[in-house]
Write a protein that binds this ligand. Structure first.
Ligand code: ASP
Length: 294
C-alpha cells in the first residue's frame, strides 16, 4: 500500500454498487485507488446489478427477513466475488476471500437472534468494505463507529462529523462501509436508498478533504438521461444548487442529501466513471454551471 502523507491532498472516494458488482469490479477499484497517493479514504456500497434483470445485494438482504433463501443468495454473491479475487487477485485477493468468508460466518451465526431489517440491509456494505480493505491492505473502519443516528433513526450530521473527524484523525487511510451508522445504544440504522453517497460526503467533510470523488457507472452529469438520449450533453461543471435541482428532479447519479455536508465544508464533488477512469467526469462546486444548463 502507498502511504497518504499529512501535507498532501486528501481525496475521499465513494464507489457505488455498479462499480462493485463482480471481482473484476473490485480489481478495477483497486487499480483506481492505488493509482494516486491522495486517494486516502474509500467508501463502498454493496454489490449492485451485474446485468439488467439481476438483483442488488441490498434488495436480497431486505428480503431476507421474510425469505431465508434471499440471505443465501446475497452470501453467494460475496462468495462468487471472493472466488474471482482468490483466482486473479494475487495475495490481496486471497486475503480478501478469507476475510469475507470469516465475516459471512460471523453474520450467519447471529441470524438466529432475529436481527433488525436495518442491520440485515447494512451487511452488504459491511461485507464489501471488509473485502475491499483486505484487497487494498488498508484498515477497515466500521461506519457504526463514525456515522451517527438518533435512536429513532434520524441522521445526526453534527455528531457524525465530530466523531468521524476524531476517529479518522488517527488513520492516514481507511476503507469504510457506506449506507449505515448507529445510535448511541449501538443499534444500526441506514440512510435512504443510495445513501452511501451521503456517507462519502460526511467522511469528506470530517477529514476536510480537498475533493470528494463519487465513482459510478456514468461519465458525469448529463442534461438528459444518456442511456436513452444519445445526444445528451455532459456538464463539465455544475453548481451545487443546479445539481440539487437535478437530483431532486430524479437524476439518479447522486443522492440529493449528499450535497449538504460537502457544500457546507466548501469541498467540490467530482462524478467519475469506474469503467472509464480516464474520463474527466463532472465537477460540482460553488459558482456557475456550464452555460447550457437549463
Ligand atoms: N446499497 C444501498 C442501496 O442499494 C446503498 C447504496 O448503494 O448507496 O441503496
Amino acid at each position: 500500500m502507498r502511504g497518504c502523507i499529512a501535507a498532501m491532498k486528501i481525496k475521499v472516494l465513494k464507489f457505488g454498487g455498479s462499480s462493485l458488482a463482480s471481482g473484476a469490479g473490485f480489481l478495477r477499484v483497486k487499480h483506481i485507488v492505488d493509482s494516486e497517493d491522495a486517494r486516502c479514504f474509500i467508501v463502498v456500497s454493496a454489490p449492485g446489478k451485474r446485468y439488467k434483470s439481476d438483483v442488488k445485494v441490498t434488495d436480497l438482504l431486505l428480503a431476507s427477513k421474510e425469505d431465508a433463501t434471499a440471505f443465501e443468495r446475497a452470501a453467494d454473491r460475496f462468495k462468487a466475488i471472493a472466488l474471482e479475487l482468490a483466482a486473479v487477485g494475487g495475495v490481496g485477493g486471497a486475503t480478501a476471500a478469507d476475510a469475507v468468508k470469516a465475516a459471512l460466518e460471523e453474520i450467519c451465526a447471529g441470524l438466529s437472534a432475529d436481527p433488525t431489517e436495518a442491520y440485515l440491509a447494512s451487511r452488504g456494505e459491511y461485507l464489501s468494505a471488509v473485502m475491499m480493505a483486505a484487497l487494498l491492505a488498508r484498515p477497515f473502519v466500521d461506519a457504526a463507529e463514525i456515522i451517527a443516528f438518533s435512536e429513532d433513526g434520524v441522521p445526526d450530521d453534527t455528531r457524525t462529523v465530530a466523531t468521524a473527524r476524531h476517529i479518522l484523525s488517527s488513520h492516514k487511510t481507511a476503507v469504510i462501509p457506506g449506507f449505515y451508522g448507529s445510535d448511541t445504544n449501538g443499534n444500526i440504522h441506514t440512510f435512504s436508498r443510495g445513501g452511501s453517497d451521503i456517507t462519502g460526503s460526511l467522511v469528506a467533510a470530517a477529514v476536510q478533504a480537498d475533493i470528494y470523488e463519487n465513482w459510478t457507472d456514468v461519465s458525469g452529469v448529463y442534461d438528459r438521461d444518456p442511456q436513452n438520449c444519445p445526444d445528451a450533453r455532459r456538464y463539465h461543471y455544475i453548481s451545487y444548487e443546479d445539481m440539487r435541482r437535478l437530483a431532486g428532479a430524479g437524476a439518479a447519479v447522486l443522492h440529493p442529501a449528499a450535497l449538504d455536508p460537502v457544500q457546507q465544508a466548501g469541498i467540490p464533488i467530482r462524478i467519475r466513471n469506474s469503467f472509464r477512469p480516464s474520463d474527466e467526469g463532472t465537477l460540482i462546486s460553488d459558482g456557475n454551471s456550464e452555460e447550457f444548463f437549463k
